[in-house]
Design a protein around this ligand. Structure first.
Ligand code: AKB
Length: 350
C-alpha cells in the first residue's frame, strides 16, 4: 500500500477507483485515463502492480476486494466519485474453483456496490459504477440454435453454463438493483443512489498482453504464439465462432460509456461487438501475417462446450445508438493496423 494519510479534519481527495488494476484491461484503462488527464487514480489489485502502472496512479493498494477492512479504509481515505470494477476470475479458471470464483466475482462486486452507495450517501453525489460483464452471460442451448440466432440482443438466451457467466449475469442485476431499488422500503432511502453502467465484452485481443484463465483465450494465444515462432494447438474446432474486439476499442468503449450523457442511456447493460471470425478463419489470417505459423486444432471437449454456449455474434445497436459506440477496428484493420505491427515489434524487441 502506498497510501498518504488524509489530514485530520481535512477534505478527502476525490478519486476514481480501479479494481483488478493489474489485469489486461486495467493496464490499458489506467494509461488511457492518464492520457485524458486523470490524476486521481486509486488502483487496487491482489498483486503488487508493475512500477510503470504504479507511477501513473495517485495511490495503489495491494489486497482483496472481499476484504471489508480494506474497502472501509478506502471509503475513509478517499471521496470516490467513480469506480471501474474490473477484478474477476475468468471463465476457465473459475470452473476449477467455482466457490472461490463466486466469492470474488459476486462477493467482491456486492461489497463495492455497497461501498459506492455509502460514498454517494456521504458526499451527496451519485458514484458512477462501471462494470465489464461478458458474453459469458449468455448460454446458447445448442449449436443449431447458436447458428440460427446469429446476433443476439442483450435480453435473449441468458442461461449461462459457467460459474463466471452466472456471476456476471447476477452482478448485472445487482448493479441495476443498487441503482434503482436499493433499500426500497427504508424510510431514509435515497432514490437512484448509484449511476450503474455495464458493457458485455466479447473476447478481447491485446497486442501487449496475453490473457490467462479465460476461454476466449484461443484467439490471442494463437497470434502471440505465431509471432514468437511457437507452435499452437488450438483448443476449439476451426468452425467455432464468437465475437471479439481489440483491447484499445474495449478501453475506449468503457470510457465512452462512463462519460456518456445519462439522459441518452436507455439501459444499464450494453452489448459490444466488432468482428467474429471462426477459429479457422482466425488461423488463416494469423498464418498469412506470420507465414511460418504452426497452428493445429486439438479441441478440448469441455472448453469447446463453454465456447459453443456463447453466441456467434452480438447485437450492439443499443450501444451505437445511445452513446455512439463505433469500434475503430474491424477484422481487417484489427490485424493490419493494430495486432500484426505491434506484436511484431513487441517480439522483435524481446
Ligand atoms: C473469458 O474467456 O472468460 C473472458 C470473457 C469472454 O469474458 N475473456
Amino acid at each position: 500500500m502506498t497510501q498518504k494519510p488524509t489530514p485530520i479534519g481535512g477534505r478527502r481527495n476525490s478519486a476514481v477507483l480501479i479494481t483488478g488494476a493489474g489485469g489486461e484491461v486495467g493496464h490499458g484503462l489506467i494509461r488511457a485515463l492518464r492520457e485524458r488527464g486523470r490524476e486521481d487514480i486509486v488502483a487496487l489489485d491482489i498483486r503488487k502492480l508493475d512500477r510503470g502502472i504504479r507511477d501513473l496512479c495517485m495511490e495503489t493498494f495491494v489486497g482483496d476486494i472481499c476484504d471489508h477492512a480494506l474497502t472501509g479504509r478506502l471509503l475513509a481515505t478517499f471521496e470516490i466519485t467513480e469506480i471501474f470494477h474490473l477484478a474477476a476470475l475468468l471463465s476457465t479458471r473459475a470452473e476449477f474453483t467455482p466457490e472461490t470464483a463466486h466469492d470474488v466475482n459476486v462477493g467482491g462486486t456486492l461489497s463495492l456496490l455497497q461501498l459506492a452507495a455509502e460514498q454517494s450517501r456521504s458526499h451527496g453525489n451519485r458514484v458512477r459504477f462501471v462494470l465489464p460483464s461478458s458474453i459469458a452471460a449468455y448460454g446458447m442451448p445448442d449449436l443449431e440454435t447458436k447458428r440460427r440466432a446469429g446476433r443476439v440482443t442483450e435480453d435473449e438466451y441468458l442461461q449461462p453454463t459457467t460459474m463466471y457467466g452466472c456471476n456476471k449475469l447476477y452482478c448485472e442485476h445487482l448493479g441495476r438493483y443498487y441503482a434503482r431499488h436499493y433499500r426500497q422500503l427504508a424510510q431514509d432511502r435515497i432514490d437512484d443512489i448509484l449511476d450503474f453502467r455495464c458493457v458485455r465484452y466479447p473476447g478481447l485481443i491485446s497486442a501487449d498482453t496475453v490473457p490467462s484463465g479465460g476461454t476466449s483465450d484461443f484467439g490471442p494465444e494463437m497470434i502471440h504464439a505465431a509471432a514468437q515462432g511457437e507452435p499452437y494447438a488450438c483448443f476449439v474446432r476451426p468452425d467455432t465462432r464468437i465475437p471479439f474486439m481489440t483491447m484499445p476499442d474495449a478501453i475506449d468503449a468503457l470510457i465512452a460509456l462512463a462519460h456518456a450523457d445519462e439522459s441518452k442511456l436507455t439501459r444499464h447493460v450494453y452489448n459490444l461487438g466488432a468482428f467474429n471470425p471462426s477459429a479457422g478463419e482466425f488461423a488463416e489470417i494469423v498464418t498469412e501475417a506470420f507465414p511460418g505459423a504452426e497452428i493445429t486444432f486439438e479441441p478440448d471437449k469441455q472448453r469447446q462446450a463453454i465456447v459453443d454456449s456463447w453466441p456467434e455474434d452480438v447485437d450492439d445497436s443499443a450501444a451505437r445508438r445511445d452513446w455512439g459506440y463505433a469500434p475503430r477496428h474491424d477484422l481487417e484493420t484489427a490485424f493490419s493496423e493494430y495486432l500484426v505491427p505491434r506484436i511484431r515489434a513487441r517480439y522483435a524487441d524481446a
